[in-house]
Every structure is written in C-alpha cells, then in structure tokens.
Write a protein that binds this ligand. Structure first.
Ligand code: SF4
Ligand code: SF4
Length: 174
C-alpha cells in the first residue's frame, strides 16, 4: 500500500491573506525560518483583479516542455487564465522557480523528521481554504526525485555533468 497525501483547495474560502506563501517560503529558507519571500513559496495565491478571485496553486512537477495546447476554464461564469490552475514549473513562466537560481520549486508536503501533523500551509490557513487528507492506495511507494534531484538534473542539462561535479568538489572543499 502507498500513502497518498492530498491538500484540498476550496477557492471560495480563500481570502488572499497569503499566510500560506509566507510560511512555506520560511520553512524552505536556508537556514529554516531565516527569511520569507513569496517567490520562493511552493504555493502561490494567484489573483485576478478583473474577476476578483484568489486561486491558491501548489507547485507540482517540473517540465522542460511548454504546452502547445492549453485549456481555458470557465467557472461560475468567470473565465480563468489558461495557465491559472497549472502546477508545473515550466519554461513559459516565472512561477515556481527560485528567483535567484531559476531552479524549479516543488511542493514536498513539508517533509520533516519527525513528520509534521499537517503541512504548514494547511496549519496557517485560518480560513480553512486548505485542508489535508491522507489515504492508502494499492501499489508500491514510488521513489520520486526531490527538489534537489530535479535541480541537479536541470544544472547538469544546462552546464554539463563535469562542470557541475567540478563546482561541487570546489564548493565542498570550501
Ligand atoms: S492562507 Fe488560506 S486564505 Fe490565506 S491566501 Fe493562503 S489559501 Fe488563501
Ligand atoms: S505543503 Fe508545505 S511545501 Fe507544500 S505548499 Fe504547503 S507549505 Fe509549501
């Protein structure tokens, strides 16, 4: 059995306070909780002033390929931007990329030892727009590359394995 972790998003309850962005970026700061910067958050609250809607979106998988075909959602008569609900860190936009390194960001459900009772964005959302669920499903736990693995892959593609390795050796010797 594998454990599936889900954050449910109720757009109607989101008031745009952005506490989720703050705590997520603080949790992932180096050192932890040393700074906040929404651009480093793995959850972003998108706001469309014309349509008066806040839409929290969690960072998903990194993809190298831009979509050639896109979707436009209309919900309750409001039309959403074609990338609004997309979780990908992709070449089309700045969203879900570290502002300094440009490396992809991905929600890791606040992995921590010992595990947190609930992801931090859920704990900090006082409007209950974010709620957390765990369930068991048939199948084996998959080993997916974490943010570090994805970041290294991007660097290797950009600069080549040798340059990345030489740089790591140099930096680690300090
Ligand atoms: S903390 Fe909750 S209410 Fe505030 S912006 Fe995030 S999702 Fe919306
Ligand atoms: S679950 Fe954790 S890592 Fe994911 S968006 Fe929420 S605070 Fe950030």
């Amino acid at each position: 059995m594998k454990k599936v972790k889900v954050i449910k998003i109720d757009v109607d309850k989101c008031n745009g306070c952005r506490a989720c962005e703050m705590i997520c970026s603080a949790f992932h700061a180096e050192p932890k909780y040393s700074s906040t910067n929404p651009e480093r958050s793995r959850i972003r609250v998108l706001f469309d002033p014309l349509k008066d809607n806040y839409v929290p979106v969690l960072a998903g998988e990194y993809t190298e390929a831009e979509c050639n075909g896109r979707d436009i959602y209309t919900i309750n008569g409001k039309e959403y931007d074609e990338c609004s609900f997309c979780r990908a860190s992709c070449p089309s936009r700045k969203l879900f990329k570290d502002p300094d390194s440009d490396l992809p960001l991905k929600c890791d459900m606040c992995e921590e030892e010992p595990p947190l009772p609930e992801p931090l964005c859920v704990q900090w959302c006082l409007s209950d727009a974010l709620t957390y669920e765990e369930r068991e499903e048939e199948g084996e736990e998959e080993e997916k590359p974490g943010e570090l693995g994805i970041g290294l892959e991007v660097l290797v593609k950009k600069y080549g394995a040798k340059t990345v390795k030489d740089t790591l050796d140099r930096v680690s010797k300090g």
